[in-house]
Design a binder for this molecule. Structure first.
Ligand SMILES: NC(=O)C1=CN([C@@H]2O[C@H](COP(=O)(O)OP(=O)(O)OC[C@H]3O[C@@H](n4cnc5c(N)ncnc54)[C@H](O)[C@@H]3O)[C@@H](O)[C@H]2O)C=CC1
Ligand SMILES: O=C(CO)COP(=O)(O)O
Length: 313
């Protein structure tokens, strides 16, 4: 397989570094303003096997494309480049729900590239860890078992271990929804509510994730796997997570750099709309959307969540 990574942010660059141990990789970004080392991934020199380009034509000779831009950017990217990508193997790495269409990345890709074979790469993995060659286990989801198996082998390395599933819906919902809960966990810690409260948010957040994913057709075991519980655990407990740090700043009343990619904000808004549409109770996600939009204070959000009717677990 000839591999190109489209999207030269932290994660695309980290994947290029990791996969370059197996052969040449093309890394395309729309505006490459750096040489040798991506400022979004400081301290990681790019290996010679990674060819960096801002010319989309330079990537088109590859048969396998990893789409590594944020979820809310994917629709615009596909509107521009979809026709050229149709028929290829397309692997989405975005963790979010598109705010306009209220769908995950795989549905957006399927619409723009009907002849493509589509997969999702997700699971607990910080870009910096992958780029440093630290051991990482991810989920590769593809509805077609043969394509999934081929991609699993092509994208695994001695330190990057891919597990396979055919449950694309479950894998991409786990990756999207955990970002929303990570913001809530960050708020709890930023507001100094304590580790016990964080454990409660993680657990009740996971209950929300599994309820919504189940309604949308996901298999329960996918949500308890790497792409669900695994990534939820990582993101809710690490200062490396941008979603957690954003929530922390909200909880502490501190500033946050608006240029940082925080997928959970738009996804919380999308989840709130989706939950309304299918009449599904998602109190933590709804509260994260209201908090991020400044519609409720941290104190009022907590009071609201704590005063909900007492019920069975
Ligand atoms: N950074 C991480 O540790 C991980 C990130 N991810 C996911 O990967 C996705 C990308 O995240 P990062 O690379 O970390 O974000 P980032 O903020 O570092 O980079 C985003 C990149 O996307 C590019 N981009 C934005 N719109 C574009 C468009 N229309 N066409 C082409 N490129 C466009 C930007 O120029 C930028 O280079 C997100 O969905 C994130 O959740 C997944 C696992 C780990
Ligand atoms: O998805 C991630 C880890 O698996 C990265 O999380 P953040 O986007 O919150 O940094």
């Amino acid at each position: 397989m000839k591999i190109a990574i489209l999207g030269a942010g932290a994660f695309g660059t980290a994947l290029a570094v990791a996969l370059s141990v197996k052969g040449p990789v093309t890394l395309w970004g729309r505006r490459i303003g750096w040489r040798g080392e991506n400022p979004r991934l400081p301290g990681i020199p790019l290996p010679e096997a990674v060819a960096v380009t801002d010319d989309p034509a330079a990537a088109m000779g590859c048969d396998t494309m990893l789409l590594a831009m944020p979820a809310q950017a994917l629709g615009g990217f596909l509107a521009e480049h979809g026709p050229a990508l149709d028929g290829k193997m397309l692997v989405s790495t975005a963790k979010g729900i598109d705010l306009r269409r209220l769908t995950g990345p795989s549905a957006l890709i399927a619409e723009a590239c009907p002849a493509a074979r589509i997969a999702v790469l997700t699971g607990p993995s910080f870009a910096a860890d992958i780029a440093r060659g630290l051991p990482t286990a991810l989920t590769l989801a593809c509805a077609d078992p043969a394509t999934g198996q081929a991609l699993q082998h092509a994208l695994s390395t001695p330190v990057l271990r891919l597990y396979r599933t055919t449950d694309v819906t479950g894998a991409e919902l786990g990756g999207a929804l955990k970002n929303v809960i990570a913001i809530a966990a960050g708020v709890v810690i930023g507001a100094r509510l304590g580790d016990s409260a964080r454990a409660a948010i993680i657990t009740r957040g996971f209950a929300e994730m599994t309820r919504l994913a189940g309604r949308l057709g996901a298999r329960p075991e996918t949500l308890t796997g790497l792409s669900g519980l695994g990534d939820l655990t990582l993101t809710c407990t690490s200062q490396q997570s941008r979603n957690f740090r954003f929530g922390h700043a909200l909880g502490a009343g501190a500033d946050f750099d608006a240029a940082t990619t925080v997928e959970g904000v738009a996804t919380a808004r999308a989840v709130a709309r989706l939950a309304d549409r299918i009449d599904q109770d998602m109190p933590i996600a709804a509260m994260v959307a209201r908090l991020a939009d400044g519609l409720v204070s941290v104190d009022n959000a907590l009071e609201h969540l704590m005063s909900r009717p007492l019920k069975e677990e």
